[in-house]
Design a protein around this ligand. Structure first.
Ligand SMILES: Nc1ncnc2c1ncn2[C@@H]1O[C@H](COP(=O)(O)OP(=O)(O)O)[C@@H](O)[C@H]1O
Ligand SMILES: [Mg+2]
Length: 464
């Protein structure tokens, strides 16, 4: 009964709108009354925590009810360590609440796609999914020639539901943000929320397109082919369709499993962190092409004769940046290394960032703020002190500092190209709540600046 109701085309938007309205109303009340009338900071913080906890539960209940896109949004939110802990706690629960299609439904899908039953295509087909996610699920199979493989099979009927939900979110989220802006700042920015949310929605929508994912996968395979510390599984293209992706099976650890394990030496974990960070930087700095969905579920670790290797999977969400944007990012990093905030601000400016003041000086204040935060992060990675603990302890102060800056020098325009990069940047592929590496971040980043003087490398799919 409830299931049928959830599938109803009117029910879904109603739940979403009611959810938005309730969350909004509670924050509006907080903004209007608590911020204005409660001067005691400790009390303010307690009140905020209570509002957060209530809203987090509201969001969780609604998301789990609606599934689909909402699971995806929840999983993304679950990696956002700067979110209030009350929110994170609820969102992390979302990771094991994903739907699962029956073995019959998967078999039916295989028959539709290939015109043959699973038995005619594979010598074995494991009915128990290896993993379930928001769009499809992964099953192990053995190819007719004996190769171990997996197939990722899209859930039946997911496209229409996904698109309808996305359409609604695309309309509502910008309104939601504009109202929040008005409450907290008394005015709105020129940030085009429709465009920025539109960019998000566009890329989430693209994840439904398995052909697009296969194209991205081929590119990443080509990029990583020469690296001996990274594996991108080989695709079995004859077995890829609009709704199925077939590739080499990699016997490996999950990211969480690897970093949690007591058997793996600490130094190996640090090394894996260095490989992961280096790999992500390498894609951006050399090719301007990167995987944007960088949560821990999209990476694995394989133990080989010559050590542990990083396995990259799931290229549903990847983006090609224009060359000017790639160099802009590298220049802003160069400015950091040269302790030259104005240089970095100029790079931000050239990428299209603007503040309300519309001046370089004003943007330079942001560069200075970013430098300060980065200095702090580098120190934490040097000492091995938990970054998550640090953020949770100092979030309020950091937030207030950013808010202060965000009055006269408010960021007024964010370029669309930045959105997906920001998404990747804010989603750490390793679970910092489980493991804090002790590494020299500067030493990881610095070598990539050499790509600044080089033209954007082209990706040769044919050669791979
Ligand atoms: N080639 C593979 N070898 C081994 N396990 C895999 C492979 N591809 C996917 N998996 C498993 O399936 C999970 C989901 O795969 P993923 O491609 O991320 O699907 P989704 O797009 O639905 O998120 C992974 O976290 C991993 O555990
Ligand atoms: Mg995934």
């Amino acid at each position: 009964m409830l299931n049928r109701l959830v599938e109803n085309s009117l029910f879904r938007p109603t739940v979403t709108i009611v959810l938005f309205a309730r969350v909004l109303a509670s924050y509006a009340l907080y903004g209007l009354f608590v911020i204005r009338f409660t001067k005691d900071r400790k009390k303010r913080r307690q009140r905020m925590a209570r509002v957060n906890a209530k809203n987090a539960l509201r969001v969780y209940n609604a998301f789990v009810l609606l599934k689909g896109v909402y699971i995806k949004v929840g999983q993304f939110l679950s990696t956002q360590v700067f979110l209030p802990p009350e929110f994170l706690r609820e969102m992390v629960r979302m990771q094991d609440r994903v739907p699962r299609a029956s073995a019959e439904a998967v078999r039916e899908r295989i028959r539709q796609e290939f015109g043959k039953p699973a038995e005619a295509l594979f010598t074995t087909f494991d009915e128990d999914p290896l993993a379930t996610a928001s769009i499809g699920q992964v099953h192990r199979v053995t190819m007719l020639d004996g190769r171990d493989a997996v197939i990722k099979v899209k859930y039946p009927g997911i496209d229409a539901k996904f698109h309808a939900d996305l359409k609604l979110l695309k309309r509502m989220v910008p309104i939601f943000i504009t109202i929040i802006e008005r409450i907290y700042h008394g005015e709105t920015t020129n940030i085009d929320h429709k465009a920025t949310i539109g960019e998000f929605v566009k890329y989430i929508g693209l994840e439904l397109d398995y052909r697009n994912e296969v194209e991205n996968h081929k590119k990443m395979y080509a990029i990583m082919k020469d690296r001996d510390d990274v594996i991108v599984p080989e695709l079995y293209l004859d077995y890829c369709t609009d709704a199925i992706i077939c590739m080499e099976y990699i016997d490996s650890y999950g990211m969480r499993e690897f970093f949690e394990s007591d058997e793996i030496p600490y130094e190996e974990k640090n090394r894996m962190y260095r490989i992961t960070a280096d790999t992500l930087l390498y894609q951006v700095s050399r090719y301007g092409f990167f995987q944007a969905d960088t949560h821990p579920g999209n990476f694995l670790v394989k133990k080989d004769e010559d050590g542990y290797k990083l396995v990259m999977i799931d290229f549903g969400c990847a983006k090609q940046l224009p060359n000017e944007f790639r160099t802009g990012l590298l220049k802003s990093v160069q400015g950091y290394f040269n302790r030259d905030p104005e240089f970095s601000a100029r790079a931000f400016w050239d990428m299209g960032f603007r503040t309300k003041q519309h001046t370089l000086e004003s943007l330079t204040k942001w560069a200075e703020f970013v430098f300060e935060v980065v200095d702090q992060v580098i120190k934490l990675f040097e000492s091995g002190d938990s970054i998550v603990r640090y953020i949770q302890k100092n979030m309020f102060e950091l937030g207030e500092k950013a808010m202060e800056l965000n009055t006269d020098d408010r960021i007024d325009y964010i370029p669309e190209e930045y959105i997906m990069f920001g998404r990747a940047l804010s989603t750490p592929p390793i679970p910092f709540d489980q493991f804090q590496p002790t590494v020299d971040l500067k030493a990881i980043v610095l070598p990539h600046l050499m790509y600044l003087g080089q033209p954007q490398a082209t990706i040769d799919i044919e050669a791979a």
